[in-house]
Design a protein around this ligand. Sequence first.
Ligand code: GLN
Length: 246
Amino acid sequence: MKKILAIVLVLMMVLSLAACGGASKEAKTLTMATNAYFPPYEYYENDKIVGIDAEVAEVIAEKLGMELVIEDMDFGSIIAAVQTGKCDMGMAGMTVTEERLESVNFSDVYAVGVQVVIVKEGSDIASLDDLAGKKIGVQENTTGDIYSTDGFGDEFIERYPKGSDAVLALTQGKIDAVIIDNEPAKNFVTSNEGLVILDTEYAVEDYAIAVSKDNEDLLKDINAALAELTADGTLDKIVAKYIPAE
Ligand code: GLN
């Protein structure tokens, strides 16, 4: 009986290590830190995290002969999780910024994002200039947060843990606009009545995969895998599955 208990305990330890803890190439798991409330890049379908990033990561892991494990966390925790080696990579529709490059390396760019503005139908906000003095909702720690804080002033910015929370606040009239990446914006506008995206681009950005500065090998492997799946059309196929052509 004692023996069985010991085996169970050892098994539990092994299993708990598998999730982001000390994962390495030797362990054959590739742990990805994300925030799974960002459709179509990462979101829950029942209990499973799906989306462009999840599928691209799956293909990368396959190419590296590793097993993908996805860890869902606050967007603002992803860089630290990668930097400290808690997770192998961060993939979350994440924009390459100078500031983030001080903490982590980024892979080659695999997608482009645009910061856009969501307002309620019939809103008097029609341009970026009209946002001055209005209450703007953002997802905390994202580039939408950083840029709009810079551009419009901290006192006008309402920060939410998830993009969907900001959109909910907009539908409830608590804020006047949401600044967020274009593809999630389209998803939110489709799933919530009475919202529109302004025909104006706030910022155009590159999405890439964050990797620890201490893991140059993994960065090289990821870039090689990305190059392959770009060249053979796999990336386009995955994107087309989640972003229907307009
Ligand atoms: N692209 C934005 C950023 O990197 C938002 C990403 C996200 O919310 N998942 O800050």
